[in-house]
Design a protein around this ligand. Structure first.
Ligand code: TXA
Ligand code: MG
Length: 370
């Protein structure tokens, strides 16, 4: 792809804003760039997004090029209010057995929006196919971060925003991460400090036979079940790879995603720590520099080894683990290690499901069961 298609000669302007009460002048400047077809990164409660005017096809195409994102991977459209959803959605095109999609979406919106939930709904004709990767559905979300809300309310246009990282890299949870990947290729970064959730929104498909979670997140299966007793979690098929060219229902299906550049192995099961120590010793013996990603409780076990150790937080606190996960992966990537050994955290329920999912993706399928 030609370099100019990637906007590689821009000066990226960083605007620092108070995350709770952003300066209206900074917001107005960023909103004007969005309306004019620019690329603006902004914090949401989950991760930083890279926004463009969702109905401006040229801007959407430029966004894919800048992120080096394959065009078959659809984008989430962000809006400020539920009223802005209506024009984007063709409710009457919901399958017959999902004729209740509008009522369901309204209930879910009341309970979880603004917040870290994305709904997949039937696409209205005004939403460009470039946004949805050719799908008849559109993913929409109302984020809760005050900076995102102010930006969307001021721009008054729907904003397509993937996470503001290069494709397949860990999502950015700080403005510095956005700059690591995209400085010189995007117009503006609104720096509102670190994000609070740390992993991407839950993606819930309301157009399938039954409500289906395509990507787990902070709106958990248990929370959704209160409103949707028949909600299901998409099984981990592991069948898609980045070489696939058909439209992806969700990149949650990619086996390698959110990944550091350094090869990472994930250790699961009761004997994970002991096995990691053995493997770390062997790698060090083979002349490799080793990075280790573990919960706080495992810190002391690795003190005796010459490894770059990153402690994620207390195992009992999944919110803290999630908040720090992507920064930890980026730190290990930049630390000069040759391999990363990570201990699985999280579990079958709650936010733990999202954590384990992201760690598995980051390991790109290199998982050791102990
Ligand atoms: O928390 C988040 O969702 C962040 C912030 C910026 O809002 N955004 C984000 O976007 O994670 P992205 O592009 O990195 O991930 C979007 C996810 C992908 O898994 C994509 O496949 C799925 O949403 N998605 C988008 N449109 C879809 C559709 N029509 N049907 C099914 N999945 C869709
Ligand atoms: Mg992403």
């Amino acid at each position: 792809m030609p370099r100019d298609a990637e906007n590689s000669d821009l000066t990226t302007v960083v605007l620092r804003v108070d995350p709770t009460a952003p300066d209206p002048a900074a917001i107005a400047r960023a909103a004007a760039r969005l309306r004019g077809g620019g690329l603006v990164a902004f914090p949401t409660e989950t991760v930083y997004g890279l926004g463009v005017h969702a109905l401006d096809v040229d801007a959407v195409v430029r966004l894919f090029a800048v992120k080096r994102r394959p065009s078959h991977d659809p984008l989430i459209v962000h809006v400020a209010s539920f009223e802005q959803i209506a024009p984007l959605v063709a409710w009457r095109h919901a399958p017959a057995d999902r004729a209740d999609a509008e009522a369901l979406a309204t209930d879910l919106a009341r309970r979880f929006w603004p917040g870290p939930l994305t709904l997949v709904l039937p696409r209205a004709a005004c939403v460009p196919l470039e946004v949805t990767a050719g799908l008849d559905t559109v993913a929409v979300r109302i984020p809760s971060h005050p900076v995102a809300r102010a930006l969307l309310a001021t721009a008054r246009v729907p904003v397509a925003a993937p996470s503001a990282n290069l494709f397949s890299r860990p999502s950015p949870t700080q403005a510095a991460h956005v700059l690591q990947d995209l400085e010189g290729r995007i117009d503006i970064v609104l720096d509102g400090g670190p994000t609070t959730v740390g992993v991407e929104s839950t993606v819930l498909d309301l157009t399938a036979d039954r409500p289906m979670v395509l990507r787990p997140g902070a709106v958990t299966l248990e929370m959704l079940r209160e409103l949707l007793p028949d909600v299901a979690m998409r099984g981990d098929t592991g069948q898609h790879s980045e070489a696939d060219t058909g439209p992806l229902p969700s990149p949650g299906l990619l086996t390698k995603h959110y990944a550091p550049r350094v090869p990472m192995t994930l250790y699961e099961g009761a004997h994970a720590t002991a096995r990691m120590i053995d493997d770390a010793r062997a790698a060090i013996g083979g002349g490799k520099r080793v990075g280790v990603l573990v919960p706080q409780e495992d810190g002391p076990a690795f003190e005796i080894l010459p490894v770059h150790r990153v402690l994620l937080g207390a195992e009992a606190d999944p919110a803290e683990l999630a908040r720090r996960l992507y920064a930890a992966l980026r730190e290990l990537d930049l630390s000069g290690v040759d391999v990363i050994l990570a201990k699985s955290v999280g579990g079958p329920g709650g936010l733990g499901l999202a954590l384990r999912d992201r760690l598995r993706r980051a390991a790109g399928g290199h998982i050791v069961e102990t």
